[in-house]
Design a protein around this ligand. Structure first.
Ligand SMILES: [Zn+2]
Length: 468
């Protein structure tokens, strides 16, 4: 590993104290994975891919059959007709013993799917990391944090030096002004003027150094965010590869999702890429739903309405409305999408989020709103509930961003919105989770940007995608 640069190696980081931890970690990972994970690699590497170079470390030995067994086990439990969740006399959802077992099996399957994805992505991730190292950019959180703190510290040191000069410069300026008032051409005026210019220069140097460090910091952060993003794309591709081996995603071949004829062509384009992230059965359930789907644009907040109406005027013009007697028109469901998204959001992410809400309503195998039931169970477990616990044991509902009409139960989610509840059978775990998984929002649940990691929710969402 320590070949010189001319020999095709890169600078060995082992000897730089700050890099030692990540280097040792990577070497340990490579070593462990050589030993334990060959069976999984052999199974899940697609025939067209070159063989992976370095593999990811797992804390336990797994193989592809371990993944499929866990998926199968969860599916058997999901097919069991016993109720998973019931409503008590107070109108609260109560998860049955069977419901807890199902959620545990789904999340466990998701954990294994996630490991398979990480392994499948590892070769691409390693290439991205190596390229970053060759550019001498930070290539992991550890290096990034060290470099960021160093630059912040440097900028603030130069800033302090600048500040320290403020008073002496003022004093010197007074001295110079006094000398100048007494005699413009005196020796004293000349000396104080020279000293003042020197001090100005010194102060200016500190200011320049501070700006330079700040600029370097900006560039470094932006470079690292690019590395993070590329890794996210690599993992997204691996997610598609691994999930597709478990069940088909999107519709077959060139087939398109069925949308109401009122749908604008440009809005169809927005939905198409999002639909490809969903299990085929879920997408088909949207096509089979008696309430057809359409897509509308908004400059306000995106949303999904399952009870809108298309009104046709005498002129032939049509209007989609959420606010009229359905008997006056034709029932329709609407994905309302914001095609000029706020910072950090993408149109595809928004479309994916809202289509997840569509699936909550349309995908109901054996008449059960399975996606809602699983989310409610997950949320109860995460917010202080669980087998034998009651609503009183859970985190209380609190207004979301101070709005009384929207409520959340706080937990250690990547974003508080994930803990949102509605009176109807819809939650935000799947929608935000899908957005994170496929568009990298909320730090991709992997702790990118300023978000923190949520491996449990990550596993749950993958488990639902693989099994439900
Ligand atoms: Zn939502």
């Amino acid at each position: 590993m320590c070949r010189n640069k001319a020999g095709g190696g890169r600078r060995c980081k082992r000897h730089q104290g700050e890099y030692r931890k990540s280097y040792d970690r990577a070497m340990y990972a490579a070593h462990i994975s050589e030993v334990s994970f060959a069976p999984l690699l052999k199974e899940i590497t697609l025939p067209t891919s070159p063989p992976p170079v370095v593999k990811v470390p797992f804390s336990e030995e797994i193989s592809w059959s371990t993944v499929t067994e866990a998926v199968e086990n969860a599916r058997v439990l999901l097919a069991d007709p016993r109720p998973r969740i019931t409503k008590n006399d107070d109108g609260e959802w109560v998860v049955t013993e069977h419901g807890w077992a199902v959620e545990a099996a789904v999340t466990h399957a998701g954990e294994l799917v996630k490991k398979a994805i990480d392994l499948n992505a590892e070769e691409d991730v390693l290439r991205i990391v190596t390229e970053a190292q060759e550019r001498e950019d930070p290539s992991d959180d550890y290096e990034f944090t060290i470099e960021r703190d160093r630059l912040i510290n440097e900028a603030s040191t130069w800033g302090e030096k600048y500040e320290e000069m403020v008073c002496p410069v003022e004093l010197q300026r007074d001295r110079y002004n006094t000398a100048r008032q007494l005699d413009v051409d005196s020796e004293e005026t000349r000396i104080t003027s020279e000293q003042l210019m020197k001090m100005y220069e010194e102060q200016e140097q500190y200011s320049t150094a501070q700006m330079k460090a700040e600029h370097e910091l900006d560039l470094m952060v932006s470079d690292y965010r690019k590395v993070e993003k590329n890794i996210m794309w690599a993992r997204k591709a691996a997610t598609t590869r691994v999930l597709s081996r478990i069940r088909p995603l999107g519709l077959e071949g060139e087939q398109e999702i069925i949308l109401h004829e009122i749908t604008d062509e440009s809005m169809k384009e927005v939905v198409r890429p999002a639909v490809r992230h969903f299990p085929r059965e879920w997408v088909q359930s949207s096509d089979e739903c008696p309430i057809p789907l359409t897509v509308a644009n908004t400059i306000y907040r995106a949303g999904y309405s399952h009870s809108a109406t298309v009104i046709t005027y005498d002129s032939g013009n049509k209007l989609i409305t959420d606010d009229c007697d359905p008997a006056d028109g034709e029932p329709v469901a609407v994905l309302v999408l914001n095609t000029t998204p706020a910072m950090g959001k993408t149109v595809e992410g928004i479309a994916t989020h809202e289509f997840a809400h569509r699936c909550e309503r349309t995908y109901t195998p054996n008449g059960s709103p399975i996606l809602f039931e699983l989310q409610e169970t997950f949320l109860q477990r995460r917010t202080g509930g669980g087998p034998g616990k009651t609503t009183a044991d859970r985190e209380p509902l609190v207004p979301y961003e101070g709005k009384e009409e929207e409520v959340i139960r706080p937990d250690n989610f990547a974003h508080v919105y994930m803990g949102k509840e509605y009176k109807w059978e819809s939650r935000e775990v799947l929608s935000t989770g899908m957005e994170a998984l496929w568009s990298g929002e909320f730090g991709g649940m992997r702790g990118n940007g300023n978000y923190h990691t949520d491996e449990d929710m990550h596993a749950f969402v993958l488990g639902v995608l693989a099994t439900a």
